[in-house]
Write a protein that binds this ligand. Structure first.
Ligand code: ADP
Ligand code: TRP
Length: 332
Protein backbone atom coordinates (compact mmCIF):
# COMPACT_ATOMS: atom_id res chain seq x y z
CA UNK A 1 0.00 0.00 0.00
CA UNK A 2 1.34 3.41 -0.99
CA UNK A 3 1.55 6.17 1.58
CA UNK A 4 -0.78 9.12 1.16
CA UNK A 5 0.43 12.61 0.32
CA UNK A 6 -1.83 15.65 0.31
CA UNK A 7 -1.38 19.31 -0.36
CA UNK A 8 -3.48 22.35 -1.17
CA UNK A 9 -3.07 25.87 -2.46
CA UNK A 10 -5.39 28.68 -1.49
CA UNK A 11 -6.67 30.66 -4.46
CA UNK A 12 -5.81 34.12 -3.18
CA UNK A 13 -3.85 35.28 -6.22
CA UNK A 14 -2.57 34.42 -9.65
CA UNK A 15 -0.02 31.58 -9.54
CA UNK A 16 3.55 32.79 -10.01
CA UNK A 17 6.80 31.04 -10.83
CA UNK A 18 7.69 30.92 -7.10
CA UNK A 19 4.57 28.82 -6.50
CA UNK A 20 5.45 26.64 -9.47
CA UNK A 21 9.06 25.79 -8.57
CA UNK A 22 8.57 25.98 -4.79
CA UNK A 23 5.31 24.10 -4.40
CA UNK A 24 3.50 22.79 -7.47
CA UNK A 25 6.29 20.98 -9.27
CA UNK A 26 7.79 19.26 -6.21
CA UNK A 27 4.30 18.24 -5.04
CA UNK A 28 3.46 16.77 -8.44
CA UNK A 29 6.67 14.71 -8.40
CA UNK A 30 5.25 12.81 -5.42
CA UNK A 31 2.46 11.38 -7.56
CA UNK A 32 4.74 8.58 -8.80
CA UNK A 33 5.51 7.19 -5.34
CA UNK A 34 2.51 8.24 -3.24
CA UNK A 35 -1.22 7.93 -3.35
CA UNK A 36 -1.42 11.66 -4.04
CA UNK A 37 -4.24 14.10 -3.29
CA UNK A 38 -4.35 17.77 -4.30
CA UNK A 39 -6.98 20.34 -3.58
CA UNK A 40 -7.95 23.97 -4.00
CA UNK A 41 -8.31 25.49 -0.53
CA UNK A 42 -11.14 27.80 -1.55
CA UNK A 43 -12.71 28.36 1.86
CA UNK A 44 -9.28 29.43 3.11
CA UNK A 45 -9.26 32.07 0.40
CA UNK A 46 -12.65 33.41 1.53
CA UNK A 47 -10.91 34.90 4.58
CA UNK A 48 -9.33 37.50 2.32
CA UNK A 49 -11.16 37.50 -1.02
CA UNK A 50 -14.61 38.98 -0.54
CA UNK A 51 -15.36 39.84 -4.18
CA UNK A 52 -17.38 36.91 -5.64
CA UNK A 53 -16.27 37.31 -9.26
CA UNK A 54 -12.66 37.53 -8.23
CA UNK A 55 -12.90 34.46 -5.98
CA UNK A 56 -14.54 32.37 -8.72
CA UNK A 57 -11.93 33.31 -11.23
CA UNK A 58 -9.05 32.66 -8.82
CA UNK A 59 -10.48 29.20 -8.01
CA UNK A 60 -10.64 28.29 -11.70
CA UNK A 61 -7.20 29.79 -12.31
CA UNK A 62 -5.49 27.77 -9.59
CA UNK A 63 -7.31 24.58 -10.63
CA UNK A 64 -6.30 25.08 -14.26
CA UNK A 65 -2.77 25.84 -13.05
CA UNK A 66 -2.40 22.44 -11.38
CA UNK A 67 -3.66 20.71 -14.52
CA UNK A 68 -1.47 22.74 -16.87
CA UNK A 69 1.54 21.94 -14.67
CA UNK A 70 0.91 18.24 -15.32
CA UNK A 71 -1.50 16.99 -12.66
CA UNK A 72 -3.20 13.88 -14.07
CA UNK A 73 -6.72 13.68 -12.61
CA UNK A 74 -6.95 10.01 -13.63
CA UNK A 75 -4.00 9.07 -11.44
CA UNK A 76 -4.49 11.31 -8.40
CA UNK A 77 -7.43 12.76 -6.48
CA UNK A 78 -8.02 16.43 -7.33
CA UNK A 79 -10.88 18.43 -5.84
CA UNK A 80 -12.07 21.65 -4.29
CA UNK A 81 -12.22 21.90 -0.52
CA UNK A 82 -15.70 23.42 -0.79
CA UNK A 83 -17.00 20.26 -2.54
CA UNK A 84 -16.22 18.18 0.55
CA UNK A 85 -18.71 19.19 3.27
CA UNK A 86 -17.15 16.57 5.55
CA UNK A 87 -14.25 19.03 5.90
CA UNK A 88 -16.49 21.35 7.87
CA UNK A 89 -17.93 18.59 10.03
CA UNK A 90 -14.45 17.35 10.93
CA UNK A 91 -13.42 20.92 11.57
CA UNK A 92 -16.20 21.25 14.18
CA UNK A 93 -15.33 17.87 15.66
CA UNK A 94 -11.67 18.69 16.17
CA UNK A 95 -12.33 22.26 17.33
CA UNK A 96 -13.52 20.68 20.58
CA UNK A 97 -9.99 19.31 21.02
CA UNK A 98 -8.12 22.47 20.07
CA UNK A 99 -6.92 24.69 22.92
CA UNK A 100 -7.65 28.34 22.27
CA UNK A 101 -4.08 29.09 23.36
CA UNK A 102 -2.81 27.06 20.41
CA UNK A 103 -4.59 29.42 18.01
CA UNK A 104 -3.18 32.44 19.87
CA UNK A 105 0.30 31.14 19.01
CA UNK A 106 -0.31 30.72 15.25
CA UNK A 107 2.21 32.76 13.23
CA UNK A 108 -0.29 34.31 10.82
CA UNK A 109 -2.60 35.45 13.63
CA UNK A 110 0.32 36.76 15.71
CA UNK A 111 1.70 38.68 12.73
CA UNK A 112 -1.69 40.31 12.15
CA UNK A 113 -1.95 41.29 15.83
CA UNK A 114 1.60 42.66 15.80
CA UNK A 115 0.87 44.74 12.71
CA UNK A 116 -2.22 46.17 14.41
CA UNK A 117 -0.36 47.16 17.56
CA UNK A 118 2.47 48.71 15.52
CA UNK A 119 -0.13 50.87 13.83
CA UNK A 120 -1.73 51.69 17.17
CA UNK A 121 -4.95 49.88 16.21
CA UNK A 122 -7.08 47.55 18.31
CA UNK A 123 -5.14 44.24 18.40
CA UNK A 124 -7.94 42.34 16.65
CA UNK A 125 -8.81 44.97 14.04
CA UNK A 126 -9.57 43.39 10.67
CA UNK A 127 -9.00 39.85 11.97
CA UNK A 128 -11.91 37.54 11.22
CA UNK A 129 -12.63 34.21 12.89
CA UNK A 130 -11.68 32.47 9.63
CA UNK A 131 -8.13 33.72 10.03
CA UNK A 132 -8.10 32.96 13.76
CA UNK A 133 -9.27 29.35 13.32
CA UNK A 134 -7.34 28.81 10.06
CA UNK A 135 -5.15 26.10 11.64
CA UNK A 136 -8.24 24.07 12.63
CA UNK A 137 -9.64 24.10 9.10
CA UNK A 138 -6.23 23.23 7.69
CA UNK A 139 -5.89 20.36 10.19
CA UNK A 140 -9.28 19.10 9.01
CA UNK A 141 -8.16 19.28 5.35
CA UNK A 142 -5.17 17.12 6.18
CA UNK A 143 -6.61 14.64 8.68
CA UNK A 144 -9.78 14.04 6.67
CA UNK A 145 -7.79 12.24 3.96
CA UNK A 146 -5.61 10.08 6.22
CA UNK A 147 -2.56 11.96 4.99
CA UNK A 148 0.84 10.51 5.86
CA UNK A 149 2.85 13.38 4.41
CA UNK A 150 2.05 16.97 3.58
CA UNK A 151 4.50 18.62 1.18
CA UNK A 152 4.68 22.32 2.11
CA UNK A 153 7.04 25.25 2.38
CA UNK A 154 8.73 25.84 5.74
CA UNK A 155 6.23 28.62 6.53
CA UNK A 156 3.53 25.96 6.89
CA UNK A 157 5.33 23.66 9.31
CA UNK A 158 3.67 25.18 12.36
CA UNK A 159 0.27 24.38 10.87
CA UNK A 160 1.21 20.73 10.38
CA UNK A 161 2.49 20.53 13.97
CA UNK A 162 -0.85 21.88 15.14
CA UNK A 163 -2.65 19.24 13.08
CA UNK A 164 -0.50 16.60 14.80
CA UNK A 165 -1.29 17.99 18.26
CA UNK A 166 -5.00 18.08 17.53
CA UNK A 167 -5.15 14.52 16.10
CA UNK A 168 -3.12 13.24 19.03
CA UNK A 169 -5.47 14.88 21.51
CA UNK A 170 -8.42 13.10 19.86
CA UNK A 171 -6.69 9.71 19.82
CA UNK A 172 -5.53 10.09 23.42
CA UNK A 173 -8.98 10.95 24.63
CA UNK A 174 -10.69 8.01 22.93
CA UNK A 175 -7.77 5.62 23.54
CA UNK A 176 -7.73 4.49 19.92
CA UNK A 177 -6.33 5.63 16.59
CA UNK A 178 -9.33 7.56 15.33
CA UNK A 179 -7.23 9.94 13.22
CA UNK A 180 -3.93 9.49 11.42
CA UNK A 181 -1.02 11.71 12.53
CA UNK A 182 0.40 13.58 9.51
CA UNK A 183 4.03 14.56 8.91
CA UNK A 184 5.29 17.69 7.16
CA UNK A 185 7.49 17.11 4.14
CA UNK A 186 9.70 20.13 3.55
CA UNK A 187 10.93 20.61 0.05
CA UNK A 188 14.61 20.92 0.92
CA UNK A 189 15.89 21.36 -2.61
CA UNK A 190 13.04 23.58 -3.77
CA UNK A 191 14.59 26.97 -4.31
CA UNK A 192 13.30 30.18 -2.78
CA UNK A 193 12.53 31.92 -6.04
CA UNK A 194 13.59 35.58 -6.01
CA UNK A 195 11.15 38.23 -7.20
CA UNK A 196 11.65 41.19 -9.52
CA UNK A 197 13.05 43.30 -6.66
CA UNK A 198 15.35 40.60 -5.26
CA UNK A 199 13.17 39.78 -2.26
CA UNK A 200 11.37 36.40 -2.14
CA UNK A 201 8.82 36.32 -4.93
CA UNK A 202 5.43 36.76 -3.26
CA UNK A 203 2.07 38.21 -4.21
CA UNK A 204 2.20 40.20 -0.97
CA UNK A 205 5.29 42.04 -2.26
CA UNK A 206 3.86 42.65 -5.74
CA UNK A 207 7.14 41.41 -7.25
CA UNK A 208 5.93 38.31 -9.07
CA UNK A 209 6.19 36.86 -12.54
CA UNK A 210 2.78 35.22 -13.07
CA UNK A 211 3.25 31.65 -14.26
CA UNK A 212 0.94 32.10 -17.23
CA UNK A 213 1.98 35.60 -18.31
CA UNK A 214 1.49 36.09 -22.04
CA UNK A 215 4.81 36.23 -23.88
CA UNK A 216 4.86 40.03 -24.14
CA UNK A 217 4.13 40.52 -20.47
CA UNK A 218 6.73 37.90 -19.52
CA UNK A 219 9.36 39.82 -21.47
CA UNK A 220 8.29 43.14 -19.97
CA UNK A 221 8.45 41.80 -16.42
CA UNK A 222 11.86 40.24 -16.95
CA UNK A 223 13.17 43.55 -18.34
CA UNK A 224 11.90 45.17 -15.13
CA UNK A 225 14.10 43.03 -12.83
CA UNK A 226 16.06 45.37 -10.59
CA UNK A 227 19.83 45.35 -11.20
CA UNK A 228 22.79 47.30 -9.83
CA UNK A 229 24.84 49.86 -11.73
CA UNK A 230 27.89 47.68 -12.44
CA UNK A 231 29.26 48.76 -15.82
CA UNK A 232 29.13 46.48 -18.83
CA UNK A 233 32.87 45.59 -18.88
CA UNK A 234 33.04 44.57 -15.24
CA UNK A 235 33.17 40.82 -14.42
CA UNK A 236 30.05 39.77 -12.49
CA UNK A 237 29.32 37.08 -9.91
CA UNK A 238 26.39 35.07 -11.33
CA UNK A 239 25.25 33.75 -7.94
CA UNK A 240 24.73 37.35 -6.75
CA UNK A 241 22.39 38.14 -9.61
CA UNK A 242 18.70 37.31 -9.40
CA UNK A 243 18.60 37.20 -13.20
CA UNK A 244 21.00 34.27 -13.05
CA UNK A 245 19.17 32.63 -10.12
CA UNK A 246 15.96 32.74 -12.15
CA UNK A 247 17.81 31.54 -15.27
CA UNK A 248 18.97 28.46 -13.38
CA UNK A 249 15.36 27.38 -12.91
CA UNK A 250 14.79 27.23 -16.66
CA UNK A 251 18.13 26.40 -18.29
CA UNK A 252 20.02 23.14 -18.81
CA UNK A 253 23.28 22.53 -16.93
CA UNK A 254 25.35 23.46 -20.01
CA UNK A 255 23.39 26.64 -20.56
CA UNK A 256 23.89 27.58 -16.92
CA UNK A 257 27.64 26.99 -17.12
CA UNK A 258 27.89 28.99 -20.31
CA UNK A 259 25.99 32.01 -19.01
CA UNK A 260 27.94 31.89 -15.72
CA UNK A 261 31.19 32.02 -17.72
CA UNK A 262 29.93 35.05 -19.64
CA UNK A 263 29.08 36.80 -16.37
CA UNK A 264 32.57 36.13 -14.99
CA UNK A 265 34.36 37.19 -18.18
CA UNK A 266 32.92 40.71 -18.12
CA UNK A 267 31.61 42.51 -21.18
CA UNK A 268 28.05 41.28 -20.73
CA UNK A 269 25.42 43.79 -19.64
CA UNK A 270 22.28 43.15 -17.65
CA UNK A 271 20.11 43.67 -20.72
CA UNK A 272 21.77 40.74 -22.46
CA UNK A 273 21.43 38.54 -19.37
CA UNK A 274 17.73 39.41 -19.28
CA UNK A 275 17.32 38.42 -22.93
CA UNK A 276 18.85 35.03 -22.16
CA UNK A 277 16.51 34.62 -19.20
CA UNK A 278 13.50 35.55 -21.29
CA UNK A 279 14.42 33.00 -23.98
CA UNK A 280 14.86 30.16 -21.48
CA UNK A 281 11.76 31.06 -19.45
CA UNK A 282 9.56 31.43 -22.49
CA UNK A 283 10.74 28.11 -23.90
CA UNK A 284 9.70 26.30 -20.72
CA UNK A 285 6.55 28.30 -19.98
CA UNK A 286 5.03 28.43 -23.50
CA UNK A 287 3.64 24.88 -23.48
CA UNK A 288 2.34 25.38 -19.94
CA UNK A 289 0.66 28.62 -20.96
CA UNK A 290 -0.96 26.96 -23.95
CA UNK A 291 -2.37 24.15 -21.82
CA UNK A 292 -3.58 26.69 -19.27
CA UNK A 293 -5.36 28.76 -21.90
CA UNK A 294 -7.02 25.67 -23.38
CA UNK A 295 -8.27 24.58 -19.94
CA UNK A 296 -9.53 28.07 -19.08
CA UNK A 297 -11.35 28.22 -22.42
CA UNK A 298 -13.43 25.19 -21.37
CA UNK A 299 -14.78 25.97 -17.89
CA UNK A 300 -17.40 23.21 -18.13
CA UNK A 301 -14.65 20.66 -18.75
CA UNK A 302 -12.70 21.96 -15.78
CA UNK A 303 -15.75 21.83 -13.53
CA UNK A 304 -16.36 18.24 -14.66
CA UNK A 305 -12.82 17.22 -13.72
CA UNK A 306 -13.25 18.82 -10.29
CA UNK A 307 -16.65 17.18 -9.77
CA UNK A 308 -15.19 13.77 -10.64
CA UNK A 309 -12.39 14.39 -8.17
CA UNK A 310 -14.86 15.33 -5.45
CA UNK A 311 -16.79 12.11 -6.10
CA UNK A 312 -13.59 10.11 -5.53
CA UNK A 313 -12.69 12.13 -2.43
CA UNK A 314 -15.98 12.15 -0.55
CA UNK A 315 -16.18 8.47 0.48
CA UNK A 316 -12.69 8.78 2.04
CA UNK A 317 -13.77 11.92 3.88
CA UNK A 318 -17.04 10.33 5.00
CA UNK A 319 -15.18 7.37 6.50
CA UNK A 320 -13.01 9.66 8.65
CA UNK A 321 -15.96 11.67 9.91
CA UNK A 322 -17.79 8.41 10.64
CA UNK A 323 -14.85 7.11 12.71
CA UNK A 324 -14.97 10.24 14.79
CA UNK A 325 -18.74 10.08 15.17
CA UNK A 326 -18.53 6.49 16.42
CA UNK A 327 -15.60 7.06 18.76
CA UNK A 328 -17.15 10.18 20.26
CA UNK A 329 -20.63 8.88 21.07
CA UNK A 330 -22.29 11.25 18.63
CA UNK A 331 -23.44 8.18 16.70
CA UNK A 332 -25.81 6.52 19.11
P1 ADP B 1 2.61 34.05 -1.86
O1 ADP B 1 3.88 34.22 -1.03
O2 ADP B 1 2.79 34.61 -3.22
O3 ADP B 1 1.39 34.57 -1.15
P2 ADP B 1 1.59 31.47 -1.11
O4 ADP B 1 1.89 31.77 0.33
O5 ADP B 1 0.18 31.39 -1.54
O6 ADP B 1 2.40 32.50 -2.05
O7 ADP B 1 2.36 30.14 -1.48
C1 ADP B 1 1.82 28.96 -2.00
C2 ADP B 1 2.95 27.95 -2.08
O8 ADP B 1 4.03 28.41 -2.92
C3 ADP B 1 3.60 27.67 -0.71
O9 ADP B 1 3.85 26.28 -0.61
C4 ADP B 1 4.89 28.45 -0.73
O10 ADP B 1 5.89 27.86 0.08
C5 ADP B 1 5.28 28.42 -2.22
N1 ADP B 1 6.03 29.65 -2.58
C6 ADP B 1 5.52 30.90 -2.63
N2 ADP B 1 6.46 31.80 -3.01
C7 ADP B 1 7.60 31.11 -3.22
C8 ADP B 1 8.93 31.48 -3.64
N3 ADP B 1 9.26 32.73 -3.91
N4 ADP B 1 9.87 30.50 -3.74
C9 ADP B 1 9.53 29.21 -3.46
N5 ADP B 1 8.30 28.81 -3.08
C10 ADP B 1 7.33 29.72 -2.94
N1 TRP C 1 -2.16 27.06 4.39
C1 TRP C 1 -1.62 26.65 3.12
C2 TRP C 1 -0.88 27.87 2.49
O1 TRP C 1 -1.11 28.99 2.91
C3 TRP C 1 -2.70 26.15 2.18
C4 TRP C 1 -3.40 24.94 2.74
C5 TRP C 1 -4.66 24.88 3.27
C6 TRP C 1 -2.85 23.63 2.86
N2 TRP C 1 -4.95 23.61 3.69
C7 TRP C 1 -3.87 22.83 3.45
C8 TRP C 1 -1.62 23.08 2.51
C9 TRP C 1 -3.64 21.46 3.72
C10 TRP C 1 -1.41 21.74 2.77
C11 TRP C 1 -2.41 20.93 3.37
O2 TRP C 1 -0.07 27.70 1.60
Amino acid sequence: MKKISLTGIKPTGELHIGNYFGAIRPALELASSYDARYFIADYHALNTIKNPKELSSLIRGVAAGWLAAGLDPEKVIFYRQSSIPETFELSTQIAAFTPKGLMNRAHAYKAAVRENSEKGNDPDAGINMGLYTYPVLMAADIILFDSDVVPVGSDQVQHIEMAQDIAQAVNYNYKQEVLKIPQAMIQQNAAVVPGLDGRKMSKSYGNTIPLFSPEKQLRKLIMRIVTNSQPLEEPKDPEQSQIYLLYKLFATAEEQASLAARYRAGGMGWGEAKEELFRAANRELSPLRERYEAIMADPAGLDRILAEGAAKARPIAAATVKRFRKASGIDL
